[in-house]
Design a protein around this ligand. Sequence first.
Ligand code: SAM
Length: 195
Amino acid sequence: YLFGKKRATDIAHMVWKQVVQKGDTVIDATCGNGFDTLAMLNLVADDYHDGYVYALDIQEDALDNTSLLLEKSLNSNERQLVKLFNICHSKMENVVPRNASVRLVAFNLGYLPGGDKEIITASETTSLALEAAKRILMPGGLISIVVYVGHPGGREELEAVESFATKLCVENWICCKLQMLNRPFGPIPIFFYRR
Ligand code: SAM
């Protein structure tokens, strides 16, 4: 329930839950410390379903942190369902199988919490990654983005995400932004649902 959620990522997880089904293939476009990756795996896999998570990050440190969290939290069968890649999310089509029906592509933008604040998502590659996500998302799928505006470049990135949304046709896409009006510098969850 929306008003019980404290963090933008919790709100994003709540929305994913309404869309993602067991057995789905999903993409974590910015895996960072792995919390979103783990939440996604729990949505797509159980004892009866093998869903897959493709988790991407440009930082080795982030992949190491994600890997550690997965080793701690999953059994070896579940661990096999998460595929980690040290690449830019604009290249997601290079690693996700061509025939995969992708239900969710999630971005948690900005820098790695506890890591180097200079290594950060950038408007240009985020826009390219959104284009790639649009190409591979199945009907009934979701692009989820948490945007942070409190750091340098954050506002520009928000503008790039919003400008991408204006090009999505009304017949096929529902685009919404959940901005806390009394938190002008707070993180902003944004969702593009493909009908
Ligand atoms: N989802 C993560 C979690 O649950 O811990 C947090 C993600 S963190 C806010 C943003 C991540 O995006 C950082 O780890 C950073 O290295 C990564 N990143 C920055 N530019 C990227 C790019 N072009 N492609 C993929 N990942 C990128």
